[in-house]
Design a protein around this ligand. Structure first.
Ligand code: EPZ
Length: 419
């Protein structure tokens, strides 16, 4: 398993191009199962999770043609598509559950593995199953699989999610696209990635309208050929903005509409970053002194994203004074704390709240990644630590950050891959 050797502290300065969004690409790729005609998706990030989803689509019978640079894919579904999503593929990437909605809506049956939990929480899919059941999916759980079928087309319904869920919102929209009649989904997640998904579907002839957290879908008979360019990855952009703020850096972040990370940019301004935004560019300079913030709280969009929580924790370790971060989305998303403590962080956990004493001098150490976002937080800490750090299990990073070591090298980070 590869590791990264990082020689801190590093001065970071330069330009970063943001890649396509992993969390927009996954539901959009799953949505291609709804099509009879070829679909072209552009600006895919070259990350492991996308490869997993493409392999899953191939296992279902889709013909997948990738461009040489692996950022554009043409997907054509075969006449006799399969509807079996195996555990071997689903277990490596939870987002695979997003094929369930399209499979049941298009083919009226599916055997899809339950995704199982992961380190950040149990990650149940009960809201997905309850919504699809309301649309007419019958299912039973057997040997870790969801054995699902429907009596012909799904039927439009009124559904109110008990809790805001990105995946359940996406799965339900995908299922409702080809259902008979109107579906009204209430208490939806409204992350920009979901809006990118519905923009893609509407461009292909779907009939989806938003009003706040309510999504109205009128079922159509089929979807047309279309070409879609995936939006930029706001979590990658947020991560680099935190890096600049943390390391007294000076970065130009390109290819992203700054509006979609407005909440994050306002927070970084509060801690002292100087930020200018022009069209699809963000110019950000880190402060000499990082101000601490009491009670940062992760929330559903448009709040502070849980996927940036670990990175912000590293920032607060370097701030002057006391701060706290509350994780309100996942029940176990503080796996990075123990590793940060090995670098010298002074953090106490009380339930889902982390109390952080700032002005930490990180000392380089050997570190172990646990999940995608925690591992990038360890890289950020290593960048500002004194001395050498080794971050293990970089495959976690490669699931969601395209070409991260070269992007970091280009802005001055002394990073080397150790096989
Ligand atoms: C999506 O996960 C993202 N993944 C996550 O990003 C992100 O952290 C999360 O949304 C929150 O923004 C993708 O888009 C592929 P949820 P998802 O359903 O859909 C509970 C990353 O690093 N819940 O909004 O799984 C759930 O356990 C990943 O890129 C149920 O209880 O998140 C959690 O506590 C990590 N039952 C909360 O709701 C359900 O049926 C929010 O989960 C579904 C969810």
């Amino acid at each position: 398993m590869d590791k990264f050797l990082i020689n801190g502290p590093c001065k970071i300065k330069g330009k970063v191009s943001i890649s396509g969004s992993k969390n927009a690409s996954l539901p959009i790729l799953a949505a291609t199962l709804l099509f009879d005609k070829p679909v072209i998706i552009k600006n895919l990030p070259r990350v492991r999770d996308i490869n997993t989803m493409l392999n899953l689509l191939k296992s279902l019978g889709s013909r997948v043609i990738l461009s040489k640079d692996r950022k554009t894919v043409k997907i054509t579904n075969s006449k006799n598509m399969k509807t079996f999503a195996s555990y071997s593929l689903v277990k490596t990437m939870r987002g695979s559950i997003l094929v369930l909605g399209p499979l049941i809506s298009k083919f009226f049956k599916s055997k899809t593995s339950l995704p199982g939990g992961c380190l950040i929480g149990a990650r149940p899919v009960n809201y997905h199953l309850a919504a699809l059941k309301k649309l007419g999916m019958e299912y039973k759980i057997k040997d870790g699989y969801i054995l699902a079928k429907s009596n012909g087309k799904l039927k439009g319904q009124k559904i109110k999610f008990p809790k805001i869920s990105v995946g359940a919102t996406e799965n339900s929209i995908l299922a409702a696209c080809l259902a008979k009649g109107k579906t009204i989904l209430k208490n939806c997640a409204v992350e920009p990635e979901i809006k990118d998904l519905t923009k893609f579907l509407n461009n292909a002839g779907a009939d989806i309208k938003w009003s706040g957290r309510t999504c109205k879908i009128i079922g159509v008979n089929s979807l047309n050929q279309t070409v879609h360019t995936v939006m930029a990855d706001r979590i990658e952009a947020g991560t680099f903005c935190v890096a600049a703020t943390l390391a007294k850096g000076d970065l130009e972040i390109k290819n992203l509409d700054p509006k979609i990370i407005n909440t994050e940019l306002q927070l970084l301004k509060k801690v002292g970053a100087q930020i200018k935004t022009v069209n699809n560019k963000i110019f950000i300079k880190g402060p000499k002194k990082i101000k601490s913030l009491r009670n940062i709280k992760t929330k559903e969009f448009p709040g502070i994203p849980t996927d940036l929580q670990a990175q912000l924790m590293v920032l607060m370790c370097k701030s002057v004074g006391k701060s706290s971060i509350t994780e309100s989305i996942f029940e176990n998303r503080f796996m990075h704390v123990a590793e940060l403590q090995r670098l010298g962080a002074k953090i106490d956990i009380k339930n889902n709240k982390a109390l952080i004493n700032g002005s930490t001098e990180f000392i380089g150490a050997e570190l172990m990644s646990s999940d995608l976002r925690a591992s990038v937080a360890l890289v950020l800490a290593a960048i500002v630590a004194n001395g050498k750090s080794i971050v293990g299990r970089v495959y976690h990073l490669e699931r969601g950050y395209e070409n991260i070591e070269n992007k970091l090298k280009k802005i001055g980070v002394k990073i080397k891959r150790l096989n």
